[in-house]
Design a protein around this ligand. Structure first.
Ligand SMILES: Nc1nc2c(ncn2[C@@H]2O[C@H](COP(=O)(O)OP(=O)(O)OP(=O)(O)O)[C@@H](O)[C@H]2O)c(=O)[nH]1
Length: 221
């Protein structure tokens, strides 16, 4: 089922929530990138498996549930608008950074300026948000069907992703559902890993705290 909700009324979900049986998982996914690169096309392709051509210019959060590896997954997908304000260009606002568990940064392989936007946005995320391991990002070069108009090579995309510790895919939302599916599933996997990492870090912190409590007490005895 697809539910269309107003971003303003959407509450920040827990980073990722799972029920006690680990059967259900929520993931907040933010799509970023310049205008007209295919953010809505990717979102709609993932949710409905269809490519409808024109999507309008709207900022929306879509809820989509799916069963993956026997577990129910609820995707909250924020199809964002690129800011018109030149000062905010290349930046990701605080609310979005806080909301997202994972990011899909989209550029068009035939639009170099959109590639530069993704470069700025990934740098901004890495600067502002969290260490890379806890803020999963996938970079997507879209419109692969338009090879004859390509201005950004696959190599450049891959290198950017490598340098910023991100996943990378080149796809065509227009041509196929499969590539889009891989993007979302890979991001989900990275989100799972990030969550496990956070849990592990918390575990180590607790051990360190307990040990310093013990040794601290001894020193004062
Ligand atoms: N050839 C081709 N066209 C695509 C592809 N994906 C999207 N488009 C087209 O690119 C245009 C923009 O797509 P959108 O999905 O609206 O792009 P967007 O990034 O959401 O745009 P904004 O909402 O304005 O920021 C539309 O005309 C789409 O049909 C693709 O893979 N190949």
């Amino acid at each position: 089922m697809v539910v269309h909700v107003n971003p303003g009324s959407h509450h920040r979900a827990r980073a990722i929530t799972m029920d006690t049986n680990q059967q259900k998982m929520d993931a907040n996914i933010l799509l970023l990138g310049a205008e007209k690169v295919g953010k809505s096309a990717l979102t709609v392709r993932f949710i409905t498996r269809r490519f409808i051509g024109e999507y309008g210019h709207i900022d929306s959060i879509y809820c989509h549930s799916d069963r993956i590896d026997g577990r129910e997954v609820c995707f909250n997908i924020w199809d964002s608008l690129y800011p018109q304000n030149a000062l905010a260009a290349g930046e990701v606002n605080e609310k979005q950074l806080h909301w997202a568990d994972g990011f899909i940064l989209v550029y068009s392989i035939c639009d170099r300026s959109s590639f530069n936007v993704v470069r700025q946005q990934v740098q901004h995320i890495r600067r502002c948000k969290k260490p890379s391991g806890t803020a999963p990002v996938i970079i997507v070069g879209n419109k692969r069907d338009l090879q004859h108009r390509r201005t950004v090579s696959s190599e450049e995309g891959r290198l950017l992703a490598l340098s910023a510790d991100c996943g990378f895919f080149e796809i065509s939302a227009a041509e196929a559902h499969h590539g889009v599916l891989l993007v979302f599933h890979e991001l989900l996997e990275l989100i799972r890993e990030a969550r496990a990492l956070r849990k592990g870090t918390a575990g180590i912190k607790n051990i360190v705290r307990s040990m310093s409590a013990v040794f601290g007490r001894r020193r004062t005895e």
